[in-house]
Design a protein around this ligand. Structure first.
Ligand code: BGC
Length: 757
């Protein structure tokens, strides 16, 4: 049976909110600064603005991230005329202050500018890449790092960051997987909320806060083949069940801005997409901040084949409520004519301007337009560096360990590999402001430790194909007890427009690892990369594998502590780790199919008998050569101790629609070190009106257990958590059978079942 949730309940909610706001507004004692008052201020200001000034507010003028030139008179005059509403990448404080001074003191209405920057995982103090932060499975890490980013960047006048990036990513070939929160909508939604809270703080007018920008709306991560900017074709239930939740969470948390995506969805580019920007974002989600395009994404609707020229692109974007245009200038060139020709209305333009002004008012820019004199930037403050180290430790995922880790501190270590001492590359993608001079590398940290170090790079960068350094590396290995190989990808190999078809270790890294293995010394492979790396050819050759992502400024000290056992590697995979790029997309919350893959009937390609009868082998959903399992599942990560799971208890076998279910299990630390386990709760809705994923993460808890200690972990599952959007685009909770697992990752766990009546 299908239980329909109150029809269009979000609209209902929006209506209730409106009534509530109205009640507040007629009751002045309740709230001094109501939305109504704010709207009144906006309306009063708009009434004074000329059409050119209105269009000016919609312009986000970019400087290239490397632009070091001065301010031209022409640019200053544009600001003076009120023709620009916001800037991107103005990093010189004097220039920024001068532009703001012109806007506030010399432009007709004195409307302040807002200055934006991609502060993605740190400003000066760089934290692990967002995929690494997601690996911490700890929203507090996201919040703290976002808060510090805001404190550091706002000191330079940046009050708007183009983060968090909330694109669900199921394909690690996509370069922007590095910036993503991973593949799971529940985890991503928690992180979204935390990022917004960190960037925006409690008081938006506090000049150390930045407006967040939930990007890229929507489904950018589903680009076909993981090739950046590629087409997205997606049915609406999938869009709503998987790709939308993190954005919903960000908006519910008050994210002030949203950025459109470069991609088209089902034939309509995101920047001209009425369904996304009007129906979903404004009508359903009641978003009242402003929408910014991505870089040139308005005029890119021309090559998309959706707009015939710049003017058409401007009309399409304005009509769907895209408020601010990043870098391209279609609005500036055409909105006026479009209005004169009756192709758009003044209400359309006013709507864009209202949204932009609302954000500027909310940020307190009208009161405090400049960087306050007493605001110290506190760059690389010791607290920031400590948080960066902690975040890196919590993000590291131990993938394999044959008792090689933790190291014994007094061992002789061969430190080898292109990323052992690569201060720029360990910062990762989107780190315009991070400085390699301030970055502490693993080599530097190990040199400061008790160990004796034999360093030989072996390969000078990750793509290096020269074997010239091999002999020195082998010699260093022979003279050492353990080999620490720091490999992976340079920062430039992931991020925007940096998709890879083959996601194995680039250059001659595998060859060097094979040679090192011939020395018989234990090898610890530390991967520094922007994505999971395919390693099946070397996994058996190494004794331990630690995924460090691009760990940021404090990556070195974090790695030294983790490898030496002063800290436990805290991370779990926020994304499925494939054996090969050829398996992608690969994700844990997939459907079962009518012929689910089955290990009992699967015959690997090399084992197929010659002359085998066509259907004599399991006709299931798998690859003959790669099988069907990942290298490591979602949620996976080892520890320096072991945990056992037992005694799954469900409070009831049957629950009603309003009844919560208590799920308990006993987790024991069976090793001899204190550590934290991330206990994960998954649910499967066995039969649905549309087929349901084989598992879905519904909750998790991090529990710290001393050696030998055991604890009961209790989850309360509410039927509300079982809702989904079906083929009729209704949010439903469907009665029937459910399976439930409490386990250490998406492929294991104690299994139970219950029925929803
Ligand atoms: C990216 C955005 C980024 C913007 C501004 C674009 O190319 O897609 O994520 O915020 O540039 O730098």
């Amino acid at each position: 049976m299908i239980q329909y949730l109150p029809h269009q309940h979000k609209n209902l909610f929006a209506s209730l909110s409106l009534i509530f706001c109205f009640l507040l507004s007629i009751h002045p004692q309740i709230n001094a600064q109501t939305d109504q008052e704010l709207n009144q201020k906006i309306k009063t200001l708009i009434a004074k603005m000329t059409l050119d000034e209105k269009i000016g507010q919609t312009a986000l003028r970019g400087r290239s991230s490397r632009d070091r030139g001065g301010l031209s008179e022409e640019l200053k005059q544009s600001v003076r005329n009120g023709e620009i509403g916001a800037f991107l990448n103005v990093m010189d404080k004097e220039m920024l202050t001068e532009l703001q001074r012109i806007a506030v003191e010399e432009s007709p209405q004195g409307i302040p500018l807002i200055f934006a920057r991609d502060v993605i995982h740190g400003f000066k103090t760089i934290f692990p890449i967002p995929l690494g932060i997601a690996a911490s499975w700890d929203p507090e890490v996201a919040k703290t790092t976002a808060r510090i980013s805001a404190v550091e960047a706002s000191g330079s006048g940046i009050r708007w960051t183009f983060a968090p990036m909330l694109d669900i990513a199921r394909d690690s070939r996509w370069g922007r997987v590095a910036e993503s929160p991973g593949e799971d909508p529940y985890l991503a939604a928690l992180l979204a909320k935390a990022y917004v809270a960190g960037f925006q703080g409690k008081d938006l007018t506090d000049p150390t806060n930045m407006a967040a920008c939930a990007k890229h709306f929507l489904a950018y991560g589903a680009a076909i083949g993981g090739r950046d900017y590629n087409t997205v074709s997606m049915h609406e239930p999938l869009l709503r069940n998987v790709y939308l939740p993190p954005f919903q969470a960000a908006i519910e948390s008050g994210a002030l801005t949203v950025m459109t995506a470069f991609n088209e969805i089902n034939g309509v580019p995101a920047s001209g997409n009425e369904f996304l920007l009007k129906d979903v974002l404004r009508d359903e989600m009641a978003f009242d901040g402003f929408v910014v395009s991505d870089w040139d994404s308005v005029t890119e609707m021309i090559p998309h084949g959706f707009a015939k020229d710049e003017k058409h692109a401007a009309a399409l974007a304005a009509k769907v409520g895209l408020d601010m245009e990043m870098t391209s200038r279609a609005y500036e060139h055409h909105l006026k004519t479009l209005l004169q020709e009756g192709k758009i209305t003044i209400e359309t333009i006013d709507f864009l301007v209202e949204n932009i002004l609302r954000v500027k008012f909310k940020l307190g820019l009208f009161q405090q337009a400049y960087i306050p004199k007493n605001q110290k930037a506190k760059l690389y403050h010791p607290d920031h560096l400590a948080a960066a180290k902690k975040a890196a430790i919590q993000s590291m995922v131990l993938l394999k360990n044959n008792n090689t880790l933790p190291l014994k501190e007094t061992q002789t270590l061969a430190i080898i590999g292109p990323l052992a001492d690569a201060p720029h590359d360990q910062l990762g993608t989107w780190t315009f402001d991070g400085e390699k001079e301030k970055t502490i590398t693993p080599l530097k940290s190990f040199k400061a430790s008790q160990a004796t170090i034999n360093y030989a790079q072996g390969l000078s960068y990750s793509r290096d194909t020269s074997t010239a350094g091999f002999a020195e590396a082998i010699a260093a290995a022979k003279n050492s007890d353990v080999i620490l190989f720091f490999g992976g990808e340079e920062a430039i190999l992931s991020g925007e427009a940096h998709s890879r078809a083959d996601i194995s270790l680039p250059g001659k890294q595998e060859a060097l690892l094979h040679e090192l293995a011939t020395t018989g010394k234990p090898i610890v492979l530390v991967i520094l990369a922007g994505r999971p790396i395919s390693i099946p050819r070397i996994l058996d050759k190494v004794d331990a594998v630690l995924m460090a992502w691009h760990p940021g400024t404090m990556g070195g000290p974090a790695l030294e502590e983790v490898l030496n056992g002063k800290a436990n590697p805290g991370g779990r995979l926020p994304i499925t780790w494939p054996k090969s790029g050829a398996q992608l997309p690969l994700f844990y919350n997939h459907k079962n199919t009518g012929r689910p893959a089955d290990s009992s009937s699967f015959v690997q390609l090399d084992n197929i008998p010659i002359g085998a009868w066509q259907s004599s082998l399991g006709n299931d959903s798998h690859y003959l050569d790669l099988g069907f399992t990942p290298q490591f599942p979602f949620g996976y990560g080892l520890s320096y101790t072991n945990f056992s799971y037992r005694n799954l208890r469900l409070s009831k076998k049957q629950i009603g629609l309003k009844e919560p279910l208590t799920i308990e299990a006993t987790i024991k630390n069976t090793g001899n070190r204190k550590a934290t386990e991330i206990v994960q709760l998954y649910v499967q809705d066995v039969v649905g009106s549309i087929t349901r994923p084989i598992r879905e993460l519904k909750a998790f808890q991090a529990i710290e257990l001393a050696a030998g200690e055991e604890k009961t972990v209790r989850f309360i599952l509410h039927p509300e958590q079982l809702k989904f959007v079906n083929h009729r685009l209704k949010e439903v909770i469907e009665s029937g059978d459910f399976n439930v697992w409490v386990g250490p990752n998406a492929a294991q766990g104690l299994k139970g079942a219950f029925e929803l009546k």
